[in-house]
Ligand binder design. Structure first.
Ligand code: PMP
Length: 331
């Protein structure tokens, strides 16, 4: 055993969080700064959402809402479902996941393999009663002993990031951090890490990186929720101020295209050996934009952190399939 190897974890749930931070050479060079990625793809469920899943389940238990034999129901683009399925298996709960049917095949197969009951619904606007979020809420109400995880508005999600992700990033950056950025799905990560870092140093710049097709860029730039364009990125792109986003300390914002995010996703694979999903590439593009902005503001070599959200192995049939990309004009 090397000196750095951690001691045995008491349980599989203790493997969630405490992920490594890695310096990203290509993005750092491109921006003239130091850019670091938080390796959330190394969580047991291979995404950042294991943290929210564990935080939400532990919160429900603490409030006495979830007891042995209980069930957790959630609407999710997939990664939260995978995290919840793992956590539920480890704690003896059943799990029902409602997901739009346009998410990657790998996520559906993974959820079924983990033993979650998977309910697929057609993608539709949030205002439709059949939207996956509303469907999951109804299912939770109809299921005996079930709780609705409600990741979008349940702030146990962002509290998990304040207590773990933000604290870890601060320690791993040795308290020397000028900026943090990531995209929002629920907003739990950006709000939680933003609040946690500002608590330690109010001068850290928190930037929202928004994909096309989402409304948050225009909200933080001009105060209006207006979406423009579209994106194939899974798990990010929000059209409203969720409970988790309320009061998020956003100082600046960037809008990143799929083409730009994909260029970074491919560069990270080819040049650094990191196989990641598109939201990670979009986050890294945002980190490069933030680094350049801080340099223009006079900071010599800004130190920026972002999130490497999930593994690219989840998207072999999409992002990593040249035909799939070509069909979407992204080759
Ligand atoms: N990237 C991916 C791949 C995701 O699944 C999610 C979660 N929806 C996010 C980013 C965004 O995380 P959050 O929900 O904390 O905003």
């Amino acid at each position: 055993m090397t000196a750095a190897a951690p001691a045995a974890a008491p349980s599989a749930l203790d493997l969630i969080g405490n992920t490594p931070l890695v310096r990203l050479a290509g993005p750092s060079r491109a921006a003239g700064c130091e850019i670091f990625g938080k390796c959330e793809f190394l969580n047991p469920g291979a995404s950042v959402k294991d943290r929210a899943a564990l935080a939400i389940v532990r919160d429900a238990e603490a409030r006495g809402e979830l007891s042995p034999g209980g069930c957790v129901v959630e609407g999710t683009a997939g990664n939260t479902g995978i995290g919840l399925a793992l956590v539920c298996n480890a704690l003896g709960y059943t799990c029902i996941i409602v997901m739009p049917d346009n998410q990657s095949r790998e996520k559906m197969d993974t959820l079924r393999a983990l033993g979650a009951e998977l309910v697929l619904v057609p993608p539709t606007k949030y205002s439709d009663a059949s939207h996956f979020v509303h469907t999951s809420r109804r299912l939770a109400q109809e299921t005996k002993g079930a709780i609705w995880a409600n990741q979008f508005d349940n702030i146990a999600n962002r509290r998990g990031h304040i207590e773990t992700t933000a604290a870890e990033i601060w320690d791993q950056m040795e308290g020397r951090i000028d900026g943090f950025t990531c995209a929002a799905g629920t907003g739990g990560t950006i709000a939680g890490v933003g609040l946690g870092l500002k608590e330690r140093d109010p001068a850290v710049t928190i930037a929202l990186t928004d994909p096309h097709g989402a409304a948050l860029y225009s909200y933080y730039a001009h105060g209006e929720l207006v979406a423009e364009g579209s994106s194939v990125a899974e798990g990010i792109g929000q059209g409203r101020i969720t409970g988790n986003l309320e009061g998020a300390p956003i100082d600046t914002q960037f809008r990143i295209s799929d083409a730009e995010g994909l260029r970074w996703t491919q560069a990270l694979l080819r040049e650094e050996g990191l196989c990641l999903g598109l939201s990670s590439g979009i986050n890294v593009a945002g980190a490069v934009a933030l680094g350049r902005q801080l340099r223009r503001g006079g900071k010599e070599t800004p130190r920026i952190a972002t999130i490497l959200c999930d593994t690219g192995f989840r998207y072999l049939s999409t992002l990593y399939d040249p035909q799939w990309l070509a069909a979407r004009g992204l080759a």
